[in-house]
Design a protein around this ligand. Structure first.
Ligand SMILES: C[S@@+](CC[C@H](N)C(=O)[O-])C[C@H]1O[C@@H](n2cnc3c(N)ncnc32)[C@H](O)[C@@H]1O
Length: 276
């Protein structure tokens, strides 16, 4: 498998993820995703999350259904396993994954930003469609669309026991004609009484028009719509929700009753941890 090189944050620095982005910060957003999933998918028993990272969203969502969590980074999955030991964890690339199962819903949060070419984005959408049952849904939540991108800087960080981290993030778009923007990060890390370490990262994230997103969902046989995510701290946040409908021989989409398509409920992930 052609594994993409991951950033320091998701590899050598992964253990610091909970200090940079703690699970409690995800509660409001996770509840909005839960609401969307519930309103659009019945039954909703087992959800696949691609690019699940440190498992922060999953830590809130897992109370409502079983979850299988996939990430490119074994180190991020190790962080997630501590937080979500009851979920199944699998190392995999969202552009190529084939786990031979289908789920009621496939969810991709900010990890979809890592798809910075149209080709990779289409592959991730096709992977999601392949792992979604007929009548199920795919929910993707990019940080930005071309139409909504704004340069910005953020800073933050936390202390946990004897570990302390502070960061500065600068998001900017050096070339508005291409399909990416830069997210430059500096981390200042203090571990007990050791001298402070300063590390940096540069993520090249995808930036696509809403029209491109809708077109790629349709190309993967998903019926897409843009849906608002009314988060108290984020204006204009939108997600793409795609319903996997059956296409008849005339090329017409049909809503298909989920009772024919749901995979067996014995498929639950409880206490199953595979690959690390
Ligand atoms: C910002 S983190 C996700 C955090 C997550 N939303 C949470 O709740 O903790 C982005 C994750 O995407 C993963 N990632 C990047 N490219 C990927 C790929 N091609 N396939 C799977 N995961 C990928 C990274 O390893 C990283 O863990």
């Amino acid at each position: 498998m052609n594994m993409k090189k991951n950033s320091a944050l998701y590899s050598t620095l992964a253990e610091w993820w909970p200090l940079l982005s703690p699970p409690q910060d995800y509660e409001e957003e996770a509840n909005l995703f839960l609401d969307l999933l519930r309103r659009n998918c019945h039954p909703l028993k087992h959800v696949l999350e691609l690019g699940s990272g440190g498992g922060n969203n999953a830590s809130h969502l897992k109370k409502h259904f079983a979850m299988t969590l996939v990430d490119l980074s074994p180190q991020m999955l190790a962080v997630s396993k501590k937080l979500n030991p009851e979920c199944e964890h699998i190392v995999g690339d969202m552009r190529e994954l084939q786990i031979g199962k289908q789920f009621d819903a496939v969810f991709v949060h900010d990890a979809i930003n890592s798809m910075n070419s149209e080709e990779d984005l289409l592959k991730a959408i096709q992977t999601s469609a392949r792992h979604c049952r007929l009548g199920g849904i795919v929910l993707m939540v990019p940080d930005f669309f071309k139409e909504t991108f704004k340069s910005s800087t953020h800073h933050g960080g936390n202390d946990l026991d004897s570990k302390r981290l502070r960061y500065l993030e600068w998001q900017y778009d050096p070339d508005p004609t291409d399909s990416s923007y830069i997210s430059a990060m500096v981390y200042m890390i203090r571990d007990g009484s050791h001298p402070m370490i300063v590390e940096s990262d540069q993520h090249v994230s995808g930036l696509f028009t809403q029209e491109t997103w809708l077109r790629l969902f349709q190309a993967a046989n998903l019926k897409p719509e843009l849906v608002p995510i009314p988060h108290s701290q984020a204006n204009q946040r939108l997600a793409i929700l795609g319903k996997k409908n059956r296409i008849d021989r005339y090329g017409i989409s049909k809503n298909f009753s989920s009772r024919f398509e749901s995979y067996p409920s014995s498929h639950g992930c409880a206490s199953k941890n595979s690959q690390s």
